[in-house]
Design a protein around this ligand. Structure first.
Ligand code: G4P
Length: 538
């Protein structure tokens, strides 16, 4: 037998079971600008799925965040969630895996990686604000991953912008054509209900105290709605006529291809439209989809177990100082205790300590199916992008990440702690907290760290100090962006003013630029140079 192979899982598949379990998974992330309502909507999904009885028991925003996912001291101090994990709940006959993207203003590598593990995304927009910078950035990642995106226009309980204008903005700014599934009757701030365009019926919502419990709905036939609502209904119908005229109708193939977005309106706070959105997600978003392997072949979900590490987090449990690798199952059935092969090293990995993790809470996980996320506790040596499999060897392509935008030199404050410093650099680089960059020729001893957003630097500084006992000094460098390059471009890039070429631990060469104009000029004048914005993480 090939030494890289392990025996197929005991009991084989169950191919049929795996396929049907994969089909009933919905693995998705919510993307939004901070404050658009992601946390509130997540809580309301849990409420409608029956996973919590009452929403908003913890009223304060900070406290609510603390209640879900924090474990680093820094998170507690700031009341934000720095790490991302997964929340699993059942709704109807479907298992939803909601991947939590960090909820802070800053942007990190994590966000990109989490989206790599999702099969769909829900984009939440504040109806008073429309597309905001972070939504745009996150959407770019979703687009790069060809993720189908549903849109929720939130905060309709208070004054907002014209919906037709918001549809134009979505199309203009992110190139996604919105196809409304529900449409508001009455203006934002005085929402009378929504029309379900599929049936033509009016859905009216009743408020509950603080939106703590489900909003009761009344379904009203069009004739009665017209009589009861008069001008508001007539106005909504006029707008619906416009939508019909331009053909802005729900279209599943183009949604799955990522060119149209089914749009829902409502208010996460008062629960208006939440169930319609959740039902839309279940009905429209795909089940666990077959993933491409590095040969470009789609791996069927019924194939033997294979999964990819999309996130590694150390010290989630401060009492144990452990390291958790999050694996998205791509095919087959995962069973706790199975021995898997770690693709890059061919090492065997035991999975006795498999768990589901949300924030500080952990539960042992016995089995998982395509679309699910398995947290492997203390699985040393697993890195983001690595593949784990059973049976014939398989490898998934590296998880792409966007180029870093923040850079600093770093050195240990006390040279007596150099060993700890080296260990910390290695660990935090491996986890992807920062990228550690060095001179490719080893002549200049200066070490740079790079990240997508500045908050990563704070996490890095804090952990170097707190976990590795190696406080660091960091000085920002004048660089503002980076591009992946190669050896053939190296000599020319070194001749350029305001450009520095450094290497990562995995050998990837990065060209750092002090001004975006340098880059634009170079791209124009020297098109033969390799300068790529998307950088593979492994
Ligand atoms: P985020 O995770 O996207 O950052 O947003 P989050 O859900 O925390 O919501 C941000 C603020 O917007 C919160 O108010 C929240 O209550 C409010 N919000 C969310 N959905 C709606 C909605 O549908 N309508 C209205 N009117 N407000 C909404 P906060 O005052 O910052 O916090 P809190 O004290 O209410 O918890």
């Amino acid at each position: 037998m090939d030494p890289h192979q392990t025996a197929a899982s005991p009991g084989g598949d169950a191919g049929g079971t795996v396929a049907s379990e994969a089909a009933r998974r919905r693995t998705f992330a919510i993307i939004s600008h901070p404050d658009a309502g992601k946390t509130t909507l997540t809580e309301k999904f849990l409420l409608y799925a029956g996973a919590i009885v009452e929403a908003g028991q913890v009223r304060s925003r900070g406290a609510r965040r603390r209640a879900t996912s924090d474990y680093l001291a820094m998170e507690q101090q700031r009341g934000i969630s720095i790490t991302s994990t997964v929340l699993q709940f059942s709704y109807r006959d479907v298992v939803c895996n909601l991947l939590d993207t960090p909820g802070h203003r800053d942007f990190s590598e994590d966000t990109y990686r989490v989206l790599a593990a999702a099969d769909a995304a829900v984009m939440v927009l504040d109806a008073a604000k429309g597309i905001e910078p972070q939504t745009r950035k996150l959407f770019e990642v979703a687009r790069a991953r060809h993720l189908p995106v549903l849109t929720f226009l939130n905060k309709f309980d208070r004054p907002g912008r014209e919906v037709l204008e918001l549809l134009d903005e979505i199309e203009e700014q992110i190139g996604l054509r919105a196809t409304p599934v529900t449409w508001p009757v009455g203006v934002a701030g005085d929402l009378q209900g929504v029309v379900d365009r599929r049936s033509g019926h009016l859905i009216r919502f009743l408020r509950t105290t603080g939106g703590a419990t489900e909003a009761p709905v009344v379904v009203v036939a069009p004739d009665r709605a017209a009589a009861e609502l008069g001008p508001a209904w007539a106005h909504a119908h006029e707008e619906l006529g416009l939508l019909d005229a331009v053909g802005a109708d729900l279209d599943v193939p183009s949604f799955l291809a990522g060119t149209t977005t089914p749009l829902f309106v409502g208010s996460a706070l008062t629960n208006f439209g939440v169930r319609l959105l959740l039902d839309g997600l279940i009905d429209l978003a795909p089940g666990a989809t077959p993933r491409l392997d590095s040969e470009g072949e789609l791996r069927p979900v019924e194939a033997p177990f294979a999964g990819q590490v999309f996130k590694v987090q150390a010290n989630m449990d401060r009492a144990h100082r452990d390291r958790v690798a999050f694996v998205r199952v791509s095919s087959g059935r995962f069973q706790r205790g199975a021995t898997l092969v770690h693709e890059p090293t061919c090492r065997r990995v035991t999975t006795k300590h498999a768990a589901t993790v949300f924030g500080a809470e952990r539960e042992t996980l016995e089995e998982a199916y395509p679309g699910d996320v398995v947290a492997l506790v203390n699985a040393a040596g697993l890195r983001v992008g690595d593949t784990l499999y059973e049976g014939k060897p398989v490898r998934f392509p590296p998880i792409p990440a966007f180029a870093p935008e923040t850079f600093a030199t770093v050195r240990v404050r006390d040279t007596g702690r150099s060993k700890q410093f080296g260990r910390g650099l290695h660990q935090l680089d491996e986890e992807g907290v920062v990228q550690v960059l060095r001179d490719p020729d080893g002549l200049d001893p200066t070490i740079l760290v790079a990240a997508v957003g500045p908050l990563q630097f704070e996490v890095f500084r804090h952990r170097m100090d707190d976990e590795f006992g190696a406080p660091v000094e960091m000085l920002p460098t004048p660089h503002v962006l980076a591009r992946r390059t190669d050896k053939d471009s190296l000599a020319e890039l070194r001749r350029q003013h305001g450009v520095k070429v450094l290497t990562r631990a995995d050998g990837t060469l990065l060209a750092l630029f002090e001004s975006p104009y340098n880059l634009v000029r170079l791209e124009r004048d020297k098109p033969e140079l390799t300068l790529e914005a998307i950088i593979a993480t492994s």
